[in-house]
Design a protein around this ligand. Structure first.
Ligand code: E4P
Length: 217
């Protein structure tokens, strides 16, 4: 399972990278705005800065919503760095754009996916990643994890190579449950990864080992 971090904050990305288990980064226009990154040139530069920190894939989202606009913007984003994956929204024009990029060897992440039907369409168009937003589904009393399970089943039925990128992960149990279901990737805050570390018996056990060592030395 790949671990991506869902932020545009360079300090957080560095911290996750230093942990040694980071496989990539996802961003979106809201995450960019949260970091105060505005203006086309600053945004493009920020993507390159992120690519310099991490070794893996970095999703960069298009703003255009028409086919021609998405293609133009996506090509520009893909040119920035070999690690860039063009993030395209799950709308009709987006599906066409994903197919275009598939045919032209540009990798894509189909975002804002909330149903298995949308995920099926993204895979048919050849998306590299599909991003079902599980946290946002949970927020409206709909089980985000069952969507991951449904997509896993459908993709396995037909051998689709599109990777399931469980997005809008909010906490550590989301990570674990996605791992059990077989999501290929998860993207969430650093806290959702660091939560995997924690167990009180580890802390108690270590304290005892260290205390016993001190007794004999
Ligand atoms: C995915 O790529 C999105 O950036 C993200 O996971 C959305 O998460 P949120 O629902 O916490 O905003």
């Amino acid at each position: 399972m790949k671990f991506f971090i869902d932020t545009a904050n360079l300090d957080q990305i560095r911290e996750a990278q230093n942990l040694g288990v980071l496989d990539g980064v996802t961003t979106n226009p809201s995450l960019m705005a949260k970091e105060g990154i505005t203006g086309r040139n600053n945004i493009l530069k920020h993507y390159v800065d992120i690519c310099k920190i991490v070794d893996g894939d970095v999703s960069a989202e298009v703003i255009a919503t028409d086919f021609e606009g998405m293609v133009k913007e996506g090509e520009e984003l893909a040119e920035l760095h070999e690690q860039i994956v063009v993030k395209i929204p799950m709308i009709k024009e987006g599906v066409k754009a994903i197919k275009y990029f598939t045919d032209h060897g540009i990798r894509t992440n189909c975002t804002l996916v909330f149903s298995a039907g949308q995920a099926l369409l993204a895979a048919k168009a050849g998306a590299t990643y599909v991003s079902p937003f599980i946290g946002r589904l949970d927020d409206i009393s709909t089980d985000g994890l069952s969507l991951i399970a449904d997509i896993r089943l459908i993709y396995d039925n037909y051998g689709f190579e599109t990777q399931i990128l469980a997005a809008s992960v909010r906490h550590t149990m989301h990570v674990l449950e996605c791992a059990k279901i077989g999501a290929d990737v998860m993207t969430g805050p650093l806290s959702s990864i660091e939560g995997l570390l924690k167990h009180p018996l580890t802390d108690i056990g270590l304290a005892t080992f260290l205390a016993d060592y001190k007794k004999g030395n």
